[in-house]
Design a protein around this ligand. Structure first.
Ligand code: FES
Length: 116
């Protein structure tokens, strides 16, 4: 049986105002790999799931969808394929598997502090 696609949010640090910044860990993709991105839309600096209760994974389970204005990001590389910011990409996060656990490497402080 194939594993069900899942998306988990984790706090990866704080921005320059001391507000928490979340990452999204998504997987397993069709390839079996997991990916992680900063949970911040390229269009406006809001989380992709800024509207509670709205799903952020498209029905085909290939894209992440921003709840605010519908930007669609390919899960495998975070590139926006449709919506108000085509060609831009989510900030990737490095993942490391340690035994049965998945660890997310926070981005550099300079990257975190560049986020609003
Ligand atoms: S804020 Fe994400 S599409 Fe506009």
């Amino acid at each position: 049986m194939d594993a069900e696609l899942d998306a988990v949010k984790v706090v990866i640090g704080t921005n320059r105002y001391g507000r928490p910044v979340e990452g999204l860990v998504v997987g397993p993709l069709d390839s079996g790999e997991w990916v992680a991105y900063v949970n911040r839309c390229c269009h406006h600096p809001v989380p992709l799931d800024s509207r509670p209760g709205e799903t952020w994974i498209d029905g085909a389970k290939q894209e992440l969808v921003c709840a605010a204005h519908g930007a669609r990001y390919r899960m495998k590389d975070g590139v926006c394929t449709a919506g108000p910011c085509p060609g831009e990409a989510l900030v990737p996060l490095r993942l490391e598997r340690r035994g049965t656990e998945m660890w997310v490497e926070p981005p550099l402080t300079s990257v975190l502090h560049s986020l609003r």
